[in-house]
Design a protein around this ligand. Structure first.
Ligand code: RRO
Length: 312
């Protein structure tokens, strides 16, 4: 069985990769991902300048996933762009993703100009969905703002790019967002970022589990799976077929990945599980996805991608 997949002209040997933010903060962590069974990797969402992020504890493991309010800690765009430029020389057959998140329109455009003017030849993921920076609403929940950001961006940006979206919960939101995204030359849409602003309480101490924002944080892991599936499916039904889907959310085994692919995903990102199990998670997921495909008689991702059946 072959787990090969592609986005536009970019080819990947395996559908699995990390979700941005997880084990991709330092060059050592990125190297570990590169040496794992993952098909490729994405860097921690970068801002122009290095950021320390929110106070700790800012991540907690939960029974069915995780809660985080990291607050966009990162080494700054230059660090990740530098890594990506070296990586693309060393691994010409493994296109890398560079994730960018910004705190303002000016910063977003300035970073895009830096990338545009560089020799970067991979894919750029514009993160429109960070839920954890105090006072900064998630761009993806403001449709006019999203339209404005993408209009300004694609007035000059020509490198292959996509967007990372927050989860939506109403079909009208999918209609509106897809109508916006279809106006732009996006190579991919990545759904979903964490379920923003959840809250979990320690029963021993009646205290919120994490410190930032009074305990509010993005929820990932198994809690997110049905929402991720619905978001991938809803966008697959609405986006120009040239725009590929990346499915992120709730992958704990090979069947979860199979389900995201059935819903329409071309690549599958792993967040909470990767945080908890480390890069060996990719070895297990790869084996389990192959086993599901073999049981179904499929040899390739294209045999079942988007082939979800519904009751008539
Ligand atoms: O750094 C974070 O707090 C963070 C980001 Br930028 C994001 O996009 N999603 C998330 O769950 N955490």
């Amino acid at each position: 069985t072959d787990l090969h997949t592609s986005i536009d002209e970019f080819q990947f040997d395996n559908v699995f990769m990390n979700a941005s933010g997880v084990r991709c903060y330092t060059k050592d962590e990125l190297d570990e991902l590169a040496e794992s069974d993952a098909g490729t990797l994405v860097t921690k969402s970068a801002t122009q300048a290095k950021r320390l992020g929110n106070p700790s504890p800012r991540y907690a493991r939960l029974e069915l996933g995780s809660i985080n309010s990291m607050g966009l800690p990162n080494e700054g765009l230059e660090y990740y762009l530098d890594y990506a430029l070296s990586f693309q020389k060393a691994h010409p057959d493994k296109p890398i993703f560079l994730s960018v998140a910004s705190l303002s329109m000016e910063e977003n455009l300035a970073m895009a100009h830096t990338i545009e003017d560089s020799d970067f030849n991979g894919l750029v993921e514009f993160n429109l969905s960070c839920p954890n920076v105090p006072g900064k609403p998630q761009t993806g929940y403001d449709f006019d703002r999203t339209q404005e950001v993408l209009t300004n961006l694609f007035s000059f940006f020509t490198k292959p790019a996509g967007v990372k979206l927050p989860p939506y919960f109403d079909l009208a939101q999918f209609d509106q967002m897809a109508a916006i995204l279809n106006q732009f030359p996006l190579k991919f849409v990545n759904s979903i970022n964490s379920l923003g602003n959840g809250l979990m309480i320690d029963p021993e101490t009646d205290t919120a589990l994490i410190k930032p924002k009074g305990g509010f944080g993005g929820i990932g892991g198994a809690y997110a799976k049905p929402i991720a599936l619905a978001n991938v499916r809803a966008f697959a039904q609405r986006l120009d077929p040239k725009i590929r889907l990346i499915g992120t959310g709730g992958v704990t085994n090979g069947r979860d990945a199979y389900d995201l692919i059935l819903a329409g995903a071309s690549l599958v990102q792993v967040g909470t599980l990767l945080q908890e199990e480390g890069p060996a998670a990719f070895t297990r997921l790869t084996r389990e996805l192959r086993a599901v495909m073999q049981t179904k008689g499929y040899n390739a991702i294209s045999d079942f991608k988007g082939q979800l059946k519904v009751l008539s």
